[in-house]
Design a binder for this molecule. Structure first.
Ligand code: KG4
Ligand code: ZN
Length: 357
């Protein structure tokens, strides 16, 4: 079956079309088109996502991205181009989620096809099996599976004792790790989104073998007995450090890079430590790391170290680390099959900002 997928949970307008077949354990997919229209340039002056502007941009972009996607899939002339629509209904910014949902509802009426509501985080989780183009399959996977989901809004450890049955065993008690990267970048005078900027600075230091930062930042909640995280204190520690150094105007590029390196080391160390502990406790066979922060090179290297010879490790391909609709299509199709093709009435789907897995 052909499915059209829509993602508008934050500042990326994503539409894709997938051809999907087979069951929830051996599903296979073919990408007919995959488009993401980023709004980063619009939000840069605000140093973060400005929700009302994001809504306006989605509303403006959706029809164009749809047209492009249908054309690339050679389906633009078909009366009923796809068999179903998947759409993100949460978590995310409700005001932007609604733009995608309403768009999906309208198309569903026009084409007389069902709408499959999808949890954005479940999408990230399944992004590890996807590819930006071509064909891909859900591989045979051993349980128990542990997923570390790290994005601008989430930091959570999800246990899957059985395929597609989720249990949250740990989460951030305050800021998400991606949010901390963005806030620290802002403190250091770097543009939004901060994650890639910080990680570029830190990687450059490592390439130059300047791995000993003169600064030392805390690793909050590292030794607590649970699997929770905390990032607000780490961000505040950077704020105080910059203040104690005389403020942003007094620090040069080298000092910025040294702070970025120490911040990244601290942030990632907490993720690695808790993930390792959970792998041991739950005798994990498969580890999935996904969400925007999974684009981080240092995180990937450190995860490779702890999983080597012990667990099978999955990261998304670089093009699917950030928000995209292709991952929504994968999760949506798997849920559609799991729920024996039952879908809610399209008009009953509601944006749910704080939706949990
Ligand atoms: O999943 P995502 O695209 O959007 C949300 O659902 O939040 O995640 C975005 C987050 C941002 O906080 C961004 O700074 C972070 O992912 N990010 C990174 C990197 N690339 C993106 N964080 C650390 N290192 C990176 N290379
Ligand atoms: Zn996301």
């Amino acid at each position: 079956m052909k499915i059209l997928n829509i993602e508008t949970s934050c500042d990326d307008t994503g539409i894709s079309i997938l051809e999907a077949k087979d069951g929830i354990k051996n599903a296979s997919f073919k990408v007919l088109a995959n488009n993401v229209s980023s709004q980063i340039d619009v939000h840069i002056p605000y140093g973060g996502v400005y929700p009302a502007l994001a809504k306006r941009e989605h509303t403006k972009n959706l029809p164009f991205v749809l047209e492009k996607t249908l054309k690339e899939s050679k389906l633009e002339k078909k009366e009923k181009p796809v068999d179903a629509i998947t759409v993100t209904y949460g978590p995310g910014l409700e005001i932007t989620l609604w733009t995608g949902i309403v768009f999906a509802q309208e198309l569903s009426k026009k084409w007389n096809v069902p709408v499959i509501p999808v949890n954005h985080m479940e999408g990230h989780l399944f992004s590890v099996f996807g590819k930006g183009k071509g064909k891909f399959k859900i591989p045979a996977i051993k349980t128990p599976i542990l997923s570390l989901l790290v994005s601008g809004g989430h930091t959570e450890l999800i246990l899957m004792k059985k395929w597609m049955q989720y249990e949250r065993i740990g989460q951030t008690v305050d800021d998400a790790v991606g949010e901390a990267f963005d806030k620290v970048a802002r403190i250091l005078g770097l543009p939004y989104p901060g994650g890639p900027q910080i990680s570029k600075f830190a990687d450059t230091q490592r390439e130059k073998k300047e791995i000993n930062s003169p600064f030392s930042l805390p690793r909050p909640m590292l030794y607590t007995k649970n699997f929770d995280f905390s990032y607000s204190g780490l961000k505040t520690a950077v704020l105080y450090l910059v203040r104690d150094l005389g403020g942003l105007k007094k620090i040069n590029e080298k000092t910025k890079a040294q702070i970025a390196l120490e911040f990244e080391n601290a942030a990632i160390e907490c993720l690695i430590y808790k993930t390792k502990k959970a792998i041991e406790k739950y005798k994990i066979k498969t580890l999935i790391v996904a969400g925007g922060v999974s684009a981080n090179n240092h995180l990937k290297k450190e995860m490779q170290k702890i999983s080597k010879g012990k667990v099978k490790l999955f990261f998304p391909p670089k093009e699917l680390t950030g928000d995209n609709s292709l991952m929504i299509g994968i999760a949506g199709y798997l849920n559609y099959i799991k729920n024996k093709k039952k879908t809610p009435k399209p008009n009953s789907i509601k944006a749910t900002g704080n939706l949990r897995l």
